[in-house]
Design a protein around this ligand. Structure first.
Ligand code: GAP
Length: 444
């Protein structure tokens, strides 16, 4: 059996288990829940904000910190219409929408199994003509509500990199091949948001635009496809649950000579985590023409001026965080009980360490606080003294904490603690003086 077929039937309950765990343990809450909930928007709770931050940090580390050829950017979310005019979003960033005249439900016609039947009420032939619905959120800047003041919430972070190409080139002393990376919120008025945080109207992206000499673009495209796949694998994705799918000719944007999606095997099937595109010189040329500014590069060594081609790995941070949650979720039977454990890579785990005094007795508290002080400067740590130690281990397993440090009554005599590892449940007795080194060897 190939690894892919071994995974061809994901746990049918996994989706519900992840949604339930997310709410119960404070990863993700429905937004505005006390007012009945605001559909398709979510708030990241105490554990979710840590997981999401760790996903973004892992991306930034690999894409910016560990490279000499990529720099960072944080561009504005509010953007004037000229940018979206030049990028093509005003004209083309739309989905075909139909309304059901029977129940008033709206659907994306390209996503319907049967384009003549409304999946909400089951009526056939009730749809209006399809019309294009632009996905950008529009608002007004300033107090005067006229069209001159229209601004848009960006639907992708990418344009921030293109319109700052010359600024970055002139200030960073970089030359092609080099990249500009950005993490931030994007907004799309999706007609059919859904599958929990998979498709939402407000989400976070992690995008990088890599500017290369035109002749080298295919080589760099292949390099980035491989490099991005390696990133997911390095962080613990099962190779059988992740794949790179090349777009065929009909799927390609007119300016792209190659695009591939990194796909994950979600409970509902293979779906996109990231797109990697060879965008040619489309974006810089569009903005150069529209703005009248030169957005090219003079290569002194070869005495030639050219518009760099762009390779773009564009990933979703919120979507990827959910995929890592699903990939890490495991249940095993231990002493006739079901143990739920998130086998998250320690770099992604919300808490790296939990400090657990065996009892709430005052005699243990000062030493437990001492341990917390040792670990907290270096690792995100939890401190939990409620309920039995078994229940506390179970709670930490369920949120993926790699190490639990237990302070017991022997600690007061031997100045040692018990360190329990999440996956193996193996316990080591470690001297407090050695604890920092012990954990450092095992946590990145
Ligand atoms: N600049 C190219 C670009 O934005 P995209 O494929 O539209 O490409 C990149 O978006 C990634 O952003 C997607 O692969 C996905 O992970 C994430 N993404 C896009 N729309 C999303 C949405 N509505 N909700 C959550 N994530 C989304």
């Amino acid at each position: 059996m190939s690894p892919e077929s071994a995974l061809s039937a994901p746990d049918p309950d996994l989706f519900d288990k992840i949604v339930n765990l997310s709410k119960r343990r404070g990863f993700v809450f429905q937004s505005a829940e006390i007012y009945g909930g605001f559909r398709s928007t979510y708030d990241y709770g105490p554990l979710g904000v840590l997981l999401l931050r760790n996903v973004k940090d892992a991306w930034w580390r690999s894409m910016v910190q560990l490279r000499h050829d990529v720099v960072g950017l944080d561009a504005s979310i509010l953007t004037p219409p000229q940018v979206w005019q030049a990028s093509g979003h005003l004209a083309n960033f739309s989905d075909p929408l139909v309304d059901c005249t029977n129940c008033n439900a709206r659907h994306r016609v390209d996503k319907l199994d049967d384009p003549d039947t409304c999946p909400t009420c089951g009526t056939s032939g009730s749809f209006t003509e399809a019309r294009d619905f632009n996905l950008m959120f529009k608002t007004q800047a300033g107090p005067v509500a006229d069209t001159a003041a229209d601004v848009f919430l960006r639907p992708e972070t990418a344009q921030g990199m293109f319109i700052n190409f010359a600024n970055v080139l002139n200030t960073s002393r970089k030359k092609p091949p080099f990249g500009i990376a950005q993490i931030g919120k994007s907004f799309r008025n999706e007609i059919t948001p859904g599958n929990f945080v998979f498709r939402t109207r407000e989400f976070e992206q992690m995008e990088m635009e890599f500017f290369v000499p035109p002749a080298d673009s295919q080589r760099w495209y292949e390099y980035w496809c491989q490099t991005r796949m390696d990133w997911y694998l390095d962080l613990g994705m099962d190779p059988a649950a992740i794949r790179l799918r090349e777009h065929d000719a009909e799927e390609l944007a007119h300016y792209s000579t190659g695009t591939a999606d990194v796909e994950y095997l979600f409970p509902w099937g293979w779906d996109e985590l990231e797109g990697i595109a060879n965008r040619g010189d489309y974006d810089l040329t569009q903005h150069a023409n529209a703005s009248g500014e030169k957005l090219d590069y003079f290569d002194q060594a070869n005495n030639e001026r050219y518009t760099p081609h762009v390779i773009e790995p564009a990933a979703g941070a919120t979507r990827t965080a959910m995929a890592f949650l699903m990939a890490a979720y495991d249940e095993e039977t231990v002493n006739d009980d079901t143990r739920t454990v998130l086998r998250l890579d320690p770099r992604l785990a919300p808490y790296k360490v939990a400090v657990l005094p065996l009892s709430k007795k005052d005699t243990l508290t000062p030493t437990a606080h001492e341990i917390f002080d040792i670990v907290k400067g270096r690792w995100m740590a939890d401190y939990d003294e409620t309920q039995s130690i078994g229940k506390r281990y179970a709670r930490q397993d369920e949120v993926g904490t790699p190490f639990c440090v237990t302070v017991d009554f022997d600690t007061l005599d031997d100045r040692s603690v018990t360190v329990r590892e999440r996956d193996s449940r193996q316990q080591d007795r470690v001297a407090i003086d050695r604890l920092d080194g012990y954990l450092a060897e095992r946590l990145a």
